[in-house]
Design a protein around this ligand. Sequence first.
Ligand SMILES: [Zn+2]
Length: 95
Amino acid sequence: MPIYEYICQQCDHRFDRLWPTAAAAEGQQPVCPGCASTATRRAVSQVSVLGTLGGLTPQEQSAAGAESARQQSYTPKEQIQTFQANRQKKRGQGR
Ligand SMILES: [Zn+2]
């Protein structure tokens, strides 16, 4: 079930709305919970699955996406080498 973020054009309130299907949300203007206005519009590119990224700004979301993509590009062997290199660096600092 998709969650879309909406912005109220009346009071600038941002809110999430859960829809049974993506098609059900098409062309809909849900009522603002802040001022009960239907002058709402869907925020662009603010689709989140079960609201896991709901508290992040778009910049933070893209940074988080880039970070996970970078981690996925590591092979397990590279991860071990990076871990060992970091550990040796800490020892070199006398910790
Ligand atoms: Zn409102």
